[in-house]
Ligand binder design. Structure first.
Ligand SMILES: [Fe+2]
Length: 358
């Protein structure tokens, strides 16, 4: 039976980020320096000037052009070792899902020996992580609430995180003012990640009542936001931030389904970003999730967002083989959705047909 854990503290509301200094001041620890990981998008932006960064702290702008690779995480750890900054008071991560995941991965790796790839899987992290604070600037991935931090291992083709209670943030600051300037398409694609997580989990067999309650509430908030006239109004940005957090909690209690494995295939083989990859995968999901497929398309139309089409329709056989491998490797979600013998349903031919339909 699941012994579920949630984020211990969270602060929610407009302007909440101004409380970061006092949260850090209250935290007792051996050392006083803090490591900041901030999405490179904020380089030179006013957000950085407003942070309580001190001389002894370390500020790292994370590259988010590509999603986190295990080698990139190792590099960031090495940088801290070289700078003799391995026992910070806190790690503060500010950004979208990729940056939040980087903060989690580094917090685990500073107290556990070895490389990032050693911890890809379930409950492999042995020692409690460094205290960490997550501040999302995009809503939808659920990274702020989840017990994983997704990373791609380019060598093995495995896109899998460090699933562990130690991965969960100690403190969140949820400030809907931070999502005001997100480009419209990205806001939609990322927001739909939470909708997609939740419909996958509710359609799966591995369920529990608490996970279902989180998922149902997150979906209901997504409907409010994406079926409304202005998905980015003040009220809707607040709602989506809550939906994202609840979606992350839902996933901590269950598994995803068919969509995420296909989307992971796109991302490992073609480098497609996670959230847009999910939306592209939805193009081909009518047979697996008929009602949700229709609702998803209605939402995209209502918001005037175009879902790219055809990125995997004309590839060579070798690439389809790679896509197949990178998809069916996700046994837990696929058996959650389709049963233990999912490979009888998702044959090579079937998987290629699905990719061609995207
Ligand atoms: Fe996701």
């Amino acid at each position: 039976m699941n012994n579920s854990k949630n984020v211990l503290n969270y602060m929610f509301g407009k302007g909440a980020i101004s409380n970061l200094a006092s949260i850090l001041d209250q935290k007792e620890s051996k050392n006083d320096y803090v490591i900041y990981y901030i999405d490179e998008y904020f380089k030179g932006k006013t957000l950085v000037d407003k942070l309580p960064i001190k001389d002894d702290d370390r500020l790292v702008f994370t590259q988010t052009k590509d999603e986190p690779k295990t080698t990139y995480i190792d590099e960031l750890k090495e940088q801290l070792i070289d700078a003799n900054k391995c026992e910070p008071k806190a790690i503060v991560a500010i950004g979208g899902g990729a940056t939040l995941d980087i903060g989690k991965a580094i917090a685990n790796l500073l107290t556990n020996p070895g490389k990032a790839e050693d911890y890809q899987g379930w409950d492999l992290v042995k020692n409690p992580a460094i205290y960490k604070i997550g501040i999302p600037t995009l809503s939808g991935t659920g990274a702020e609430g989840s017990r994983t931090c997704v990373m791609t291992n380019a060598k093995s083709g495995l896109k899998l995180g460090m699933n562990s209670d130690f991965t969960i943030y100690n403190q969140l600051i949820l400030d809907p003012d931070l999502t005001k300037t997100v480009p419209k398409d990205q806001y939609f694609y990322t927001g739909m990640d939470t909708y997609i997580h939740c419909i996958e989990s509710l359609n799966g067999t591995y369920r529990n009542a608490i996970g279902d309650a989180y998922a149902n509430q997150a979906i209901s908030l997504c409907r409010d936001v994406f079926l409304s006239d202005d998905m980015m109004s003040d009220e809707n940005r607040e709602k989506l931030m809550v939906a994202s957090y609840l979606g992350g909690c839902a996933i901590a209690n269950s598994f995803v389904g068919v969509i995420h494995p296909f989307s992971a295939g796109l991302s490992v083989v073609l480098g497609t970003h996670h959230c847009i990859g999910n939306c592209i995968t939805m193009n081909a999901m009518e047979e697996f999730y008929p009602d949700e497929y229709k609702e998803f398309m209605d939402m995209a139309e209502k918001q005037g967002v175009v879902i790219p089409h055809g990125i995997a329709s004309n590839l060579d056989n070798e690439t389809y083989q790679k896509l197949y491998n990178a998809t069916v490797i996700h046994e837990k979600p696929l058996s959650n959705a389709l049963g233990e013998d999912f490979k009888n349903i998702l044959t090579f031919e079937k998987v290629v047909e699905v990719f061609k339909r995207m």
